[in-house]
Design a protein around this ligand. Structure first.
Ligand SMILES: *Cc1c(COP(=O)(O)O)cnc(C)c1O
Length: 374
């Protein structure tokens, strides 16, 4: 038989999982190098304030640790013992309740896989992080959206009503929330934990809010609370993909059963360990970013066409008044300054600005002031 001949009557799409058809088409983000080419600017001349990355990157200790890795030809420890133990020290949570993943993104997906049968429901509270809805649709779950109020606080009674009506299995909340930066208040969380569902609190930005705002300790008293975190933002390891979750003891054996054996690679593990070893220095960088956030906020308040929201994270959301936010984002891009615009109902007249280096703040504010005088 000639192996080059295609089988004429075979349609591979016919065998797809049925929910795959209804997924939104893949919309890749433009990689930094490509963008640099498109804008005709060197990477160093681009002010990248669109993805909440840490402009300082990881601490020196991470670079040293990565250059000294010895066993790249050996598979990583499937139980991630060294990392979970170091995370136990960092969080004060027993390491048996800590589970590492390839970014918080993997833990979101694993959490869905743990609970979702096709047709099950989850709740998200938009505007919020898009991955909750994305992972839900991949896992054939239906997302019930309970919008936040005008000031981005949660509508707790609307969530309670939605739980009564739809019996969702999971509720996803980010604290601080992306894109507005508000923290989840303890009295809201207490009320939500009384509901018959699992509450997943995503603390991707908690180091910028201050660890005293974390709900991680509550997991040990609440069998329906999961807290997720990441090294991407505070530790500057977004490119290496490493995050972790704290789960109630009852769930741990089930998580172990569904995990890919080598989900966190050796380089990511070493980098995370080095960040924790160098935690004082890394938290100093966080403090520097928080100070810069304060300076950025003060300067944005001077721009008449922006209304700024308070933020506990490394980004600031602004409503754009009297002009198009989409066009503003585009104009800034033309000057090599990238900010985030969301083409979503509640956010169409907003932009989200990540906190960068002081020189990034200066470039952004200069560009905004130039626009204001027009
Ligand atoms: C950036 C972000 C994450 C992603 O974390 P990774 O560890 O990089 O996958 C998770 N949640 C929120 C709310 C984020 O903004």
């Amino acid at each position: 038989m000639n192996m080059q001949m295609p089988m004429p009557s075979f349609d591979p799409e016919r065998l797809l999982r049925s929910n795959v058809y209804s997924l939104e088409p893949y919309a890749p983000i433009v990689p930094f190098e490509v963008l640099s080419e498109q804008l005709g600017r060197q990477i160093d001349d681009i002010v990248k304030l669109d993805a909440n990355e840490n402009p300082y990157g990881p601490s020196r200790g991470v670079h040293t640790a990565l250059s000294e890795i010895d066993f790249l030809h050996i598979y990583p420890d499937p139980e991630n013992r060294a990392l979970c133990s170091a995370l136990g020290d960092y969080t004060g949570i027993p390491s048996e309740n800590i589970f590492a993943g390839s970014g918080a993104d993997e833990l979101l997906d694993l959490t869905m896989r743990l609970f979702i049968d096709p047709g099950d429901k989850i709740i998200d509270c938009p505007p919020t992080f898009g991955m909750y809805n994305f992972d839900a649709s991949i896992n054939a779950a239906e997302t019930i959206s309970v919008p936040r109020r005008e000031d981005f606080s949660l509508d707790i009674s609307a969530i309670e009503t939605a739980v009564d009506e739809h019996s969702p299995k999971l509720l996803f909340l980010a604290s601080p929330n992306n894109p507005d930066g508000s923290n989840l208040p303890g009295n809201d969380l207490s009320r939500l934990l009384e509901l018959q569902l699992i509450v997943v609190v995503d603390e991707a930005y908690i180091e910028f809010a201050g660890l005293q705002h974390s709900w991680i300790d509550w997991v040990m008293q609440n069998p329906n609370l999961i807290v997720l975190r990441t090294f991407s933002k505070w530790a500057g390891l977004a490119g290496l993909r490493v995050g972790y979750g704290v789960f109630p003891s009852e769930l741990m054996p089930h998580l172990w059963r569904i995990k890919q054996p080598y989900n966190v690679n050796v380089a990511a593990t070493m980098a995370a360990l080095a960040s924790l070893q160098d935690k004082e220095r890394q938290l100093d960088i966080v403090a520097r970013i928080v100070r810069e956030r304060g300076r950025l906020e003060g300067l944005l308040d001077e721009i008449r066409f922006l209304h700024r929201y308070p933020s506990g994270a490394n980004f600031v959301l602004c409503r754009v008044k009297g002009r198009s936010a989409r066009e503003l984002q585009h104009t800034l891009e033309g000057e090599g300054i990238l900010v985030r615009h969301f083409d979503k109902p509640r956010l169409r007249d907003h932009i989200r600005i990540s906190v960068g280096l002081p020189k990034h703040t200066d470039a952004l504010v200069a560009a905004l002031m130039k626009l204001e005088s027009h």
